[in-house]
Structure formats: structure tokens, C-alpha cells
Design a protein around this ligand. Sequence first.
Ligand code: NAD
Ligand code: DAU
Length: 351
Amino acid sequence: MKTIFITGGAGFIGSHVVRLFVNKYPDYNVVNLDVLTYAGNLENLTDIAHKSNYTFEKIDITDYEALKALFNKYLPDGVIHLAAESHVDRSITDPFVFVRTNVFGTCNLLHCAKELWKDNFAGKRFYHVSTDEVYGSLENDGTFFTEETKYQPHSPYSASKASSDHFVRAYHDTYGLPVVLSNCSNNYGSHHFPEKLIPLAINNIKNKKTVPVYGKGENVRDWLFVEDHVTAIDIIFHSGKDGETYNIGGNNEWKNIDLIRLLCSVMDRKLGRKDGMSAQLITFVIDRAGHDLRYAIDSSKLQNELGWKPSLQFEEGLEKTVEWYLANEKWVERVTSGEYQKYYEKQYNRR
Ligand code: NAD
Ligand code: DAU
């Protein structure tokens, strides 16, 4: 029986990772480490929470002593690290919490793993799930981020993730810690917190509220269905080479304004509205400070060396995502009202 720590397992991507690992690997003991910030929601995991190979531990990764106690209690063989502050706009208003969680939190985890595993690294693995934003921004010139692109983060969020990536590599190069990293583009899909562009727009369109588009909507993002990201994480965790980095992306670039127009027409169809009605909600607002123009990922290393490829066309994934949000109005309501934050106390009978 292998024990795997998954950090940030109550968040958007983390909950999909936990679900896949619990269901696909019944012989793994999956421990979800999450402090449940505003972005952590245990309701994301109600379908697997009862399973015998799943455990939840409420823990702040910035608390070294508490973390060390958990490492000594469970003796994990692997760590898949996703816990982070993840929203760029929040990093602009409060950078320090991003430094605490993303930099100090990652260092704490690395150090606990190193102390537990000492020099006996056989069969052990520390996997850092990171972002393409560490590479900075591309022009509209058809180039892509590769694993060799130099780091040039612009936002406090991407600077904190770049720093954590460097610490992960430093623990590999200095202490021999067996690490692997991936840098992924924008995810979308179910259970996405409605502060991010796609779920925010779905919720606003449904409620006939304005849809804020930053600047002129010319910024480009490379969108990947979350379950395709999780499949890549599974492959990289099990088959990636020690010390290596893999870029993950959908080869699916959209200008924000074009994406929002497409989403509006999908919503019109799903809600039985006249075509063009939802697009009237689009409102151009003041641009994000330091807004990166374009992200685009070259994932050929992952595709050629480890055999991964995305499974869904964007139109299909977007349709599935809209359907999930419309079928799960209660989830959205509880998240937007703050009710979801009481779930832990109720479910775990704790205060
Ligand atoms: P999220 O904000 O939805 O979830 C983050 C989770 O981490 C939450 O459950 C939260 O409670 C937990 N967390 C935050 N601070 C913590 C702390 N101090 N201690 C313990 N737990 C804490 O994030 P997400 O969008 O699912 O992203 C997950 C990871 O993937 C992040 O590391 C992010 O940088 C990376 N990533 C995200 C995307 C994307 O498009 N969302 C793309 C590439 C990489
Ligand atoms: O590229 C990977 C990154 O993608 C992840 O590392 C981050 O954790 C994740 O949040 C995401 O970052 P973005 O900043 O690209 O995502 P967001 O959904 O916030 O914004 C997507 C684009 O839409 C971006 O160009 C800003 C714009 N935007 C966003 C919001 C919330 C708007 O125009 N209006 C909005 O209301």
C-alpha cells in the first residue's frame, strides 16, 4: 500500500486529482492535505469522501511543525503538491499571502519530504504542479513556451510560483530529492471557483449580470479541460523522469473576447434565449495591472516522451462545463453565498 499526499485536494484541480487517484488506485492510501481557504470546498469530493483509501487532513502548509507531524504519522511515499493561492487578481491586491503559501508552504513540504526520506529516495517522488505563467508573456507571433523558455514572471502570483519551482529544483540539485514538475496552461471544467473567467461568466450570464472583459479582450489564453490536465498529472507522477519538467497545454488558443462570445452563444442555446441576447451583457472594464498578453504551450515533450494528449475539443469541453454548472446550481449558490464554508464543520463534526 503506497501513501500519497495530495495538497490542495479540496480546490478546483486538486479535487479532480484526488477523485482520479482514489478511484483508479484502490491500493493507494490517498491523503488530502488542505487548509480550506475560500477556494477549498470539501463538497467537491462528496462522491469519494466515504472511500476507505481516502483521508482528509485540515492543515496549513505554512505550519512546518504540523506538517512534520503529518509526515511522521503517514510516512508518505509520494507528494503531489497543488495547494496554492491561485488567482492573479488577488495576488495584485495581497501579494504576501501568495509568498507565504506558494513559497514558504512549498519549502516546508520539500523540507519535510527530505527529512522523512533522508537519503533513501528509492520509490519516492515529490511532484510540483505549476503554471505556464512563470514564463511571462508571448507576443502574437506564433511562438510557444517550451521547457527551455526562460522564467520571466510578471504578477505576484507568477513570481511566487516561479520561486516555488526554483526551490523544488534546488532541493533536487542540492539534496538529490526525487522531484518532477509540470507547467500547465489555463484549465476549465467543473468545480471551478466562480472568480475565474469561465465560471464567473457562466454565472453572470445565467443571472443576467454584466460579464466583465478586461481591457479590449485581446489577451490570449491556451485552454485545457481539467480532466486532461489530471490525466497528464497521473502520467507524469508515475512515468516522468526525475528532475524533469513537462509543459502541459491544450494547443487551444482563444482571445478572451472570442471565448466570451462563444460562451454567450452556448448559454443562449442552453437557456432557450434568443441568439445574441447574452452577448449584450459583455462589458469592457479597466484592464488588469501587468496583464500578460498571450500564453501558448508547446507540450510536445510530454506527448512524445510520455504519450499524453488532450482528449477533448474545446467546443465539446465548454459545452460539458456549461451543462455541469447549469445542473449544479446548488453548488454555485452555496459557493457564492459562503454556505460551503460550513461544510467541514458539519461533515467532520468539528469547529
Ligand atoms: P484553487 O485555488 O482552486 O485551489 C487551491 C487549494 O489549495 C484550495 O483547496 C485551498 O484551500 C488550498 N490551499 C491554499 N492555501 C493553503 C495552505 N496554506 N495550506 C493548505 N492548503 C491551502 O487552485 P487550482 O486552480 O485548483 O490550482 C491548483 C494548483 O494548480 C495551483 O498550484 C496552481 O498554481 C496550479 N495551476 C492552476 C491552473 C489553473 O488554470 N487553475 C493552471 C496551471 C497550474
Ligand atoms: O495559465 C495558467 C493560470 O491560469 C493559472 O496558473 C492560474 O492559477 C489561473 O487562475 C489562470 O490564470 P488567468 O489569470 O489566466 O485566469 P483568469 O480566469 O483569472 O483570467 C483569464 C483571462 O481572462 C485573463 O486574460 C484575464 C481575463 N479576465 C479575467 C476575469 C476574472 C477578464 O477579462 N475578466 C474577468 O472577470
